[in-house]
Design a protein around this ligand. Structure first.
Ligand code: NAD
Length: 333
């Protein structure tokens, strides 16, 4: 069985090769992203292993199926980037890694909050220049602040536990309230009420037609002046030009992003030798109260190991005829 891995970095190869080899499996690690042009690299591969910014639209899936692919093994929890209708029509099975380390993403979310609140990037740059002044570095205590969590599944719940540990009041919005989050003392509210009451709003729901641009000019206007918005979930949950307007007016106090709507052509690459072509991202990067990381919340040793081992288990279970972690069109999971 030939398995072609797209969008691989050194750390992906290391985590897969550290595990016991699948019997009769040939691993081919490709650095390029999967696109209509690179799909040819998977010719003859029964299994294509893809990541979040790979193109899994109908034309690409059609090309893969025509070249002999039978299984798409996603190395991610999110599956908003695959055309499930086309996969079903082409008899392509799709599996994913439903949970690898919710802690990795939750902890990175907290890192963004602390870095923004305590102006760590500014302080770091200042002390390296010999500037030991504190002007402009005033933060706020997290204890007793209100944190609004949108989406309280595995990651949202892990984040809620950490913020409860800081002594924050937790508000939540999710169509399916999580008893574990309620046990932390959280109140489930309507979205607008959560936005109006929170000092920090953090997004942990999946991207779907219902959540596309969940944060837009209207929802931003309902947030408290000076509040903080964190998105470590999916870029298109946020209408970026609307966020830029809210930052320019000063209404939005802080923004922490690990994901960006147009990240597919940018993130995971070293583009530092080239002029940045994305004017929206370029504008975002000018604000002192914005921190952007390039979709690295998942990047811990524990998460990489769990992604690799669940992916290999998914592939062997499928090869043995009893697939697990299937993503189905009718249920969406
Ligand atoms: P999960 O399925 O455990 O939880 C998602 C929660 O969102 C569920 O409780 C669901 O009921 C809720 N939800 C669905 N629609 C909603 C809506 N309209 N409004 C509010 N809540 C809604 O998923 P998870 O493992 O916690 O992951 C959450 C998201 O985090 C993923 O979908 C993915 O997009 C993102 N993620 C990002 C990274 C990263 O590296 N930055 C890594 C993994 C996952």
């Amino acid at each position: 069985m030939r398995i072609v891995f797209f969008s691989t970095q050194v750390y992906d190869r290391e985590s897969f090769l550290a595990l016991p080899r699948l019997q009769n499996a040939e691993f081919i690690f490709q650095q390029p992203k999967l696109t209509l042009d690179t799909a040819v690299l998977a010719t003859g591969a029964e299994v294509v292993c893809a990541f979040i910014n790979d193109d899994l639209s109908a034309p690409v899936l059609e090309r893969l199926a025509a070249n002999g692919t039978k299984l798409i093994a996603l190395r991610s929890a999110g599956y908003n980037h695959i055309d499930l209708e086309a996969a079903q029509r082409l008899n392509l099975a799709v599996v994913r890694v439903p949970a690898y380390s919710p802690h990795a993403i939750a902890e990175h979310t907290v890192a963004l909050i602390l870095a923004l609140n305590r102006h760590l990037t500014r302080a770091y740059n200042r002390t390296r220049e010999g500037d030991f002044s504190l002007r402009g570095l005033t933060g706020f205590d997290l204890v007793h602040k209100t944190v609004g969590i949108i989406g309280t599944g595995q990651i949202g719940a892990a984040f809620a536990r950490i913020m409860a540990g800081f002594g924050c009041r937790i508000l939540a919005y999710d169509p399916y309230p999580n008893p574990e989050v309620i046990a932390l003392g959280a109140s489930y509210l309507e979205l607008d009420t959560l936005l109006a009451q929170s000092h920090i709003v953090s997004l942990h729901c999946p991207l779907s037609p219902a959540t596309h641009h969940l944060i837009n000019a209207g929802s931003l206007s309902r947030m408290q002046p000076g509040s903080m918005l964190i998105n470590t979930s999916r870029g298109a949950l946020v209408d970026t030009p609307a966020v830029i307007e809210a930052l320019k007016s000063g209404h939005l106090g802080y923004l922490g992003l690990d994901v960006y709507e147009e990240e597919a052509d940018l993130f995971f690459e070293d583009l530092s030798d080239f002029p940045l072509q994305d004017d929206v991202l370029a504008r975002l990067l000018t604000f002192p109260n914005v921190i952007i990381t390039a979709h690295q919340a998942f990047l811990t040793r524990e998460a990489l190991n769990a992604i690799a081992s669940t992916t290999l288990d998914n592939i062997s279970a499928w090869a043995a005829g009893h697939p697990q972690n299937l993503v189905r069109l009718e249920t969406g999971s």
